[in-house]
Each structure stands twice: as C-alpha cells, then as structure tokens.
Design a protein around this ligand. Structure first.
Ligand code: HEC
Length: 143
C-alpha cells in the first residue's frame, strides 16, 4: 500500500488498529469454536440412544447369515414373507423401522415381541439364533 502525504500517519494507525481488531476477532472465533466443540461433545454423549454400544456378533458372517436364513424361513417367513418384504408383518428390508433399526432395538423387538402382533421369541430361540436372524435380515437390506 502506498502512503499518501497527510493520510500517511493516520493510515498507519488505522493499519495497527485493524491488526488489533483482527487479532481480537481471531481470539473470539477460536473461543467460540472451542466452546461449540466441547458443547457438541457433551450433547452427543448424552443423547446417544440406549444400547448404542450393542453390536451383532454375527454381522456380515456368511455362515451365520445362512443359518439365520433357515431360522427365518421356518419362523418368520409366514408373516414377513419369504423374502422378508412383508405380508401380515412389515417389510424388514426397507429402511423404515416402526420400533427402530439399531441392533439393540431389533434385538428387543425379536426377543420380547411387539404389541401389534409380533410374537416374542425368547423362549423358542436362543440369543445367538436371534442375532443370526438379524444378520440375515441385514443382508437383505435394500439400503
Ligand atoms: C405371527 C406373525 C409374525 C411372525 C411369525 C413374526 N413376526 Fe415379526 N412382526 C409381525 C408383526 C405384525 C409386526 C408389526 C408389529 C407392530 O406393528 O407392532 C412385526 C414386527 C417385526 C419387526 C419390527 C419391524 C419394525 O419396523 O420395527 C421385526 C424386526 C420383526 N418383526 C422380525 C421378526 C423375526 C426375525 C421373526 C422370526 C423370528 C418374526 N418377526 C416373526 C408379525 C410376525
């Protein structure tokens, strides 16, 4: 920047003031970013759905998925259709879940049943078998 006669000293002062302002703004932005960061950190931890840490031990395992398919055909296909795309029971291959689609929620649905006609399976299937059926359902997901 060129310095023009009488504006010269004022210009320098303005420049210095501008720098101070920039620095202050920078500090302000930094503290906002830090505050926002710690804020979202605590919020997401507090709002994590119950059972978020629950994971299907058979997810994506071909052998288990095959066993899950057998269980599905024997126990679930009458209501959910041979391809799980729905009959009297809802489609299990789309991304719409009445009772939630997380591992924990689907486990709860299949284990204890749901009021709209979904039976409880805990007395008939062990937990491993229920996980295998869920692994099979996941393998059919259209998503
Ligand atoms: C007697 C019929 C019947 C059988 C057998 C049955 N279901 Fe269901 N299922 C239903 C009905 C009806 C619903 C919907 C319940 C509701 O809306 O409250 C349902 C809901 C579900 C849901 C929840 C879907 C959602 O959108 O949240 C899952 C998961 C499910 N069934 C899995 C299974 C599995 C796995 C089996 C076999 C082990 C099975 N069902 C056997 C009738 C059945």
């Amino acid at each position: 920047m060129s310095c023009k006669r009488i504006f010269c000293s004022r210009g320098i002062q303005r420049k210095a003031a501008g720098r101070m302002l920039l620095l202050a703004a920078g500090v302000l932005v930094m503290s906002f970013v830090l505050a926002a960061w710690s804020f979202t950190g605590t919020v997401s931890a507090a709002e994590a759905p119950a059972g978020a840490g629950v994971k299907n031990p058979f997810a994506g395992k071909p052998e288990a998925i095959k066993e899950g398919e057998k269980i599905f055909d024997a126990k679930c296909a009458d209501c959910h259709g041979g391809d799980a795309m729905g009959q009297s029971g809802p489609d299990l291959t789309d991304d719409k879940w009445i009772y939630g689609g997380s591992d924990a929620e689907v486990l709860e649905t299949v284990t204890n049943g749901r009021k709209g006609g979904m039976p409880s399976w805990k007395s008939e299937l062990g937990k491993d078998d229920i996980w295998k059926v869920i692994a099979y359902i996941r393998s059919l997901s259209k998503k």
